[in-house]
Design a protein around this ligand. Structure first.
Ligand code: SF4
Length: 524
């Protein structure tokens, strides 16, 4: 797997996502349940906003002093007998890992879930070198057995598969003969994976946070596979993006709290482990520890206006609230990093040539920004991408022509009014009750699910419509009851309400129509 997971064009990927009813249902219910659980877990922590503030400060402080903390981390790992490699590119990172594996004459590698190892195409490089690589996270294992189906969520990679599909994968690839019960499927995978842990010569993990003053890494998992991957094979290689570092255990504790609650709505996940090179006198754990610190474009991001994107702790909460992700699913992003954070960092890591559509895969509603536990202004970063894409002339010819035309139109009142007149005449036959109800070609589908007001006539332009609307609303809200009170005294107050609120008729939603009626008569 690499950063890119799909060679199809963005339109084809999103169309496939929208047509996949099962995937949309699965993503919708996962989003709903994760949102609720996150909210409960966050509320239990007390003042969640203060925790977010603290999380943001920790991430910003660390990034501002990244060279210091990375140096401290490297010194401490080496002091404890471990090896550290700084990789400028994904090629350097994968080549180092392959060299370590080959130096041990290893053929069997087990790994736990790690986005950065996907980014550097490590599995591919190791398999080309003749190694068997086994993913030990259950979701990742299912995807691997399904011919390396790409992940669709940062935290729940196999979110797009149901139990029947998983059963079919296990049956066809691993001769599974059981039913679709989740416990049976998990037990089956677990039995296979236990053997793989014991056979593996090399264990490769990611790193949720590197703790600089200890020279240790922190793993956060629910299945315990990360611990087995790190502890059982003789050599442990940990791979981390260079931004995933904290000064001490205290900051780690804050970020783990934010991560677990935001990712899966748990106070803490089942396994929170801090590990590193084996200390003298320790009798268990791997004999050799390597830490690969990957740059692969992060230095440029750090120096750019997108530096806040590096605060990300990969909790996936922004995916769980995104209305666009809900409808198109993770595969539509064509990247191992889907959702709002994927739409921000994928173009930074992979370039606009391949990913210029992603920043537009957002309604800019800001839900991602509101939910992010480390306060990354995601929707603002998406707008910055759009600005860059436009200023670099990367939009299509049709877009450029439309924008130029709109700019001319909106900057000339005369031309704007004439256009409105023409638009009004052209849409008369397509409209009913002030709404366009029919349209040609693809517009028909768009109108079918959205309100599109009919353009107003020139003489009823926006200002006069708005003034009339305000006058009518004021009259409805205040004038009529006041007149009644003046005429009949305060005792008439309760009756006055009857003049404001339209009378309800059984089976008819009269309030909307009647409230709009005065506007319809005077304002249009
Ligand atoms: S951007 Fe924020 S919400 Fe999204 S994955 Fe990263 S930390 Fe979580």
């Amino acid at each position: 797997m690499s950063l890119k997971t799909d060679d199809r064009k963005f339109d084809a990927r999103t169309a496939a996502g929208i047509e996949d009813a099962f995937m949309r249902g699965a993503v919708g219910s996962a989003q709903d349940s994760l949102k609720t659980r996150r909210l409960t877990a966050a509320t239990a922590l007390g003042d969640w906003e203060q925790w977010r503030e603290l999380g943001q400060q920790i991430r910003q402080h660390t990034l501002e002093n990244l060279d210091y903390y990375l140096g401290q981390m490297a010194d401490n790992v080496e002091r404890r007998g471990g090896h550290v490699f700084f990789a400028r590119t994904k090629e350097e990172a994968s080549a180092y890992i392959r060299d370590v594996v080959q130096s041990k004459n290893a053929r069997k590698v087990v790994k736990s879930k790690s986005m950065v190892t996907e980014e550097i195409e490590m599995n591919h490089v190791l398999m080309e070198a003749g190694c068997e690589v086994i993913e030990s996270d259950l979701g990742e294992y299912i995807l691997q057995e399904d011919d390396w189906d790409p992940p669709s969520h940062i935290v729940a990679p196999a979110l797009h598969k149901n139990r029947k599909q998983i059963r079919d994968v296990f049956a066809s690839k691993l001769s599974y003969a059981g039913d679709e019960t989740p416990e049976h499927l998990a037990r089956f995978a677990r039995d296979i994976l236990r053997e793989k842990f014991l056979e593996a010569e090399i264990g490769i993990t990611g790193c949720n946070f590197a703790v600089a003053n200890l020279g240790a890494i922190n793993l956060v998992t629910n299945e315990g596979n990360g611990d087995l991957t790190a502890a059982l094979p003789k050599t442990h290689i940990a791979v981390m993006g260079m931004e995933r570092i904290v000064p001490t255990l205290e900051e780690m504790e804050v970020l783990d709290n934010l991560l677990c609650r935001s990712a899966v709505g748990q106070k803490l996940t089942s396994y929170i482990t801090v590990m590193g090179p084996r200390e003298p006198g320790e009798v268990d754990g791997p004999e050799e520890f390597h830490l690969v610190i990957v740059d692969n474009g992060r230095s440029e991001i750090l120096a750019s206006e997108f530096h806040e994107a590096l605060q990300c702790i990969r909790c996936g909460a922004c995916l769980n609230v995104c209305p666009v992700y809900r409808h198109i699913g993770g595969h539509a992003y064509g990247s191992i990093y889907p959702g709002p954070i994927g739409a921000v960092i994928t173009p930074l890591l992979g370039g606009y040539d391949d990913y210029k559509e992603l920043p537009y895969a957002s309604s800019l509603c800001g839900a991602c920004t509101d939910v992010c536990p480390v306060k990354i202004p995601l929707h603002e970063q998406l707008v910055m991408h759009r600005q860059n894409i436009v200023s670099q002339g990367r939009t299509g010819v049709a877009d450029r022509v439309q924008m130029k035309a709109a700019s001319k139109l909106l900057s000339s009142p005369g031309m704007f009014r004439s256009t409105l007149r023409v638009a009004y005449s052209m849409t008369r036959l397509l409209s009913r009750h002030g709404r366009i109800v029919r349209g040609p070609g693809p517009i028909e589908g768009w109108i079918g699910i959205r309100d599109m007001p009919q353009p107003v006539k020139k003489q009823d332009g926006f200002r006069s419509w708005y003034e009339n609307r305000e006058r009518v609303e004021r009259a409805d809200a205040f004038d009529a009851p006041l007149k009644d009170i003046r005429k009949n005294g305060l005792s008439a107050k309760s009756d006055a309400n009857a003049t404001v609120l339209p009378k309800a008729e059984p089976g008819r939603d009269s309030s909307v129509e009647e409230a709009a009626a005065p506007i319809g008569k005077e304002g249009r």
